[in-house]
Design a protein around this ligand. Structure first.
Ligand SMILES: [Zn+2]
Length: 352
């Protein structure tokens, strides 16, 4: 997992074009507006403009309509109460996150790689648009143990740009996977898991930033996963320990939640280590020759080779490339052990 720079919410029709009504039926539209005026506090900055439009008959964006419908649906105490689902009725259908233009934007932000495991996968299976804070129900996943779902989930974030990630199905869904050191396959994958140490927000008036200091899953768009995860040279990943021996709680919760040590994933990280190491061993002598050569004609010839080496390394670390976090560790370790830095080459220099 690597840090992703998420740009501001894109100016695309689902978020910007206010041309949608709450309901096609005029009477239902009026009834919904009346309910929403009671359910929404117009003094909260996020709802100010929506509240005004509720009162003056204005229209909404598609994302706003979905959020408003979710507020009405989940406020109905005959459906949900005390964390229980009281009905067999299906949850409200969230569809805005499936919007084609939105998907293209997310694909670009995440360089078409899974936000969690960094795999390229869309050539074999379609992507999941993942809700970081689960929209319909929450598995509190306290101490990394699955628990009964609590209802509703973060229903008001179903279409929220900052809550959506590009994910492979194995990180996003729950499947049984072989995990090294465990005899039986274990259920891994995020699904509804969303542990927090305190202060869980449950209502559309709540502010996400109040919960953030207590969040236990790594959001690669917020913090640098390298501060919480330590990739090993055997392909396994473990929670990072600081100098005082404190283990990252975020690392500890995120590894099982996303299934980052599932055997098949570990195997492909290992494959990357072998490939990159093989390449680095192969170029070592060229780098030494290049730095020590004094004959200008031979130096020109070697320069061509050197540029090819740089090009290959840059390609291996381009944002579209898989398992960069694992490769960072591999190249750092190699440069340290083989004394590459001391002959005048740094990883940063080769990547520049
Ligand atoms: Zn994944």
């Amino acid at each position: 997992m690597i840090k992703i720079e998420r740009p501001e919410r894109p100016k695309i029709p689902i978020y910007n074009t206010k041309n949608t009504k709450l309901d096609r039926n005029a009477a239902k539209e009026t009834a919904m507006r009346d309910s929403l005026v009671l359910l929404i506090d117009g003094a909260i900055p996020h709802f100010e403009s929506i509240f005004e439009r509720l009162l003056n008959g204005g229209k909404f964006t598609k994302a706003e309509v979905e959020t408003l419908k979710a507020i009405v649906f989940f406020a109905d105490k005959t459906n949900f109460d005390n964390d229980e689902k009281l009905t067999t009725k299906k949850n409200l259908k969230f569809t805005v996150y499936k919007n084609d233009v939105l998907r293209e934007n997310l694909k670009a932000v995440f360089s078409n790689k899974c936000a969690y495991c960094e795999s390229n996968f869309t050539h074999v299976t379609p992507p999941d648009i993942e809700h970081f804070r689960p929209k319909a129900a929450i598995n509190p996943f306290t101490n990394q143990i699955d628990e009964d779902l609590i209802y509703p989930g973060y229903y008001w974030l179903g279409a929220d740009w900052d809550n959506l990630l590009w994910s492979c199905p194995l990180c996003n869904r729950k499947t049984k996977q072989i995990i090294p050191d465990f005899v039986d396959p274990l259920p891994v994958g995020k699904k509804n898991r969303f542990p927090v140490s305190n202060n869980r927000i449950r209502h559309h008036h709540d502010i996400v930033s109040d919960e953030e200091p207590h969040r236990l899953l790594i959001d690669p768009c917020k913090e640098d996963p390298a501060d919480h995860l330590e990739f090993q040279l055997d392909g396994l990943v473990k929670a990072k320990e600081d100098d005082q021996g404190n283990v990252s709680a975020m690392g500890e919760a995120s590894i099982p939640a996303y299934g980052l040590n599932r055997a098949d994933l570990k195997r492909w990280r290992k494959e990357e280590i072998i490939n990159l190491k093989g390449f680095l061993i192969g170029i070592k002598s060229t780098l030494i020759r290049f730095i020590s050569e004094t004959d200008p004609d031979i130096k020109v010839e070697l320069e061509e080779e050197f540029l090819m080496i740089k090009g290959f390394i840059k390609h291996k670390f381009s944002t579209e490339s898989q398992y960069i976090a694992q490769k960072e560790v591999t190249i750092d370790e190699f440069f340290k052990n083989e004394g590459i830095d001391s002959i005048g080459f740094t990883k940063e220099g080769l990547l520049s």
